[in-house]
Design a protein around this ligand. Structure first.
Ligand code: P6P
Length: 303
């Protein structure tokens, strides 16, 4: 079943169906083409978080902005690559936030990368929480081009076919409460936090299989598709709130995980309940199998 047909059958509101079923798929197909053709040179600029931008980051960002503007039903958009909001059409129903190419530095070593999107009702994002998202999704530019999305009616995977359309491949992905895999990000933190060191050692001693690529999108995609696992990226002295952004990375991922029966916290509190206070705020994240996310929270309390 084609993605738009699936969304329409699910009872998704017409304009949201269009956004999730045509506009975003169109943008990610163009981003994949850019990845194939573009080398990984630096753009000579930095993003709002002070990180050096690759030409790929800038081009991917522009593709998404152009597609959303052409769609015409986006009142404003925010990107990990831009300081402030981009105005769209006044009175339009949606605000869209995105990381246009997460993990772009992995393109040069030919590892999988992704794009992440969160869809909110139009209006001021400040004061909202990830719970207010109407939908979220990510694209994985890997061996295949896949799109994992939710419109808050479960989490589902679609794959790009040779005919240029996305078709449903996995409906209602489920993350089991018990974990069998671990994706331990920011192990630098284990060098100074005995609790995180103990937690990662605990995962090893319990025989979890390591699946960590350095790309948040493929690493969490692995948990969703295998139906088990935990991804962690805690803070530490140099970055107390960690590296990953609430709006552009963590909240969209948390919604997809919860819709698949998993959970996501900042180590202690539910991630989807975290208030948005600024566009580029960072948050620690533990996401995946609900029992393991809870276990991690207790383990970190012993720090
Ligand atoms: P580190 C990629 O740059 C990214 O934003 C996420 O995709 C990934 O999980 C994380 O950073 C990796 O961070 O500190 O290991 O390079």
């Amino acid at each position: 079943m084609k993605i738009k047909e699936f969304l329409e059958k699910s009872g998704c509101e017409k304009n949201l169906c269009e956004l999730m079923g045509r506009v975003i798929p169109q943008a990610i197909k163009k981003i994949r083409e850019t990845i194939q053709s573009q080398s990984g040179e630096l753009a000579g600029s930095k993003n709002a978080s002070g990180e050096k931008q690759l030409a790929l980051d800038v081009q991917s960002n522009q593709i998404v902005v152009d597609e959303l503007k052409a769609f015409g039903l986006v009142e404003s958009m925010a990107s990990e690559e831009l300081e402030g909001l981009v105005e769209g059409k006044k009175g339009a129903p949606f605000t869209v936030v995105f990381d246009p190419l997460d993990g772009s530095s992995l393109v040069d070593v030919n590892l999988a990368v992704g794009s992440i999107f969160g869809i909110y009702p139009a209006g001021n994002l400040i004061g909202k929480t990830g719970e207010d998202q109407l939908a979220s999704c990510f694209a994985v530019y890997g061996s295949r081009l896949t799109l994992v999305l939710t419109v808050k009616k479960g989490t589902h995977e679609f794959r790009l076919n040779a005919n240029g359309d996305f078709y449903l491949t996995k409906e209602n992905l489920q993350i089991a409460p018990q974990s069998k895999y671990f994706a331990p990000g920011n192990l630098r933190a284990a060098a100074e936090s005995d609790a995180y060191l103990k937690l990662t050692n605990d995962w090893i001693k319990r025989g979890f299989t390591l699946r960590y690529s350095g790309g948040m999108v493929p690493d969490i995609n692995h948990i969703l598709l295998k139906g088990s696992g935990i991804f962690s990226y805690p803070g530490y002295s140099k970055a107390p709130r960690g590296k990953l952004r609430l709006l552009f990375e963590c909240a969209p991922m948390a919604l997809l995980a919860e819709q698949a029966g998993g959970s996501a916290t900042d180590g202690q509190n539910r991630l989807l309940s975290q208030k948005i206070t600024e566009l580029h705020q960072r948050t620690p994240i533990f996401v995946g199998s609900s029992e393991e996310v809870k276990h991690a929270g207790f383990a970190l309390l012993k720090s």
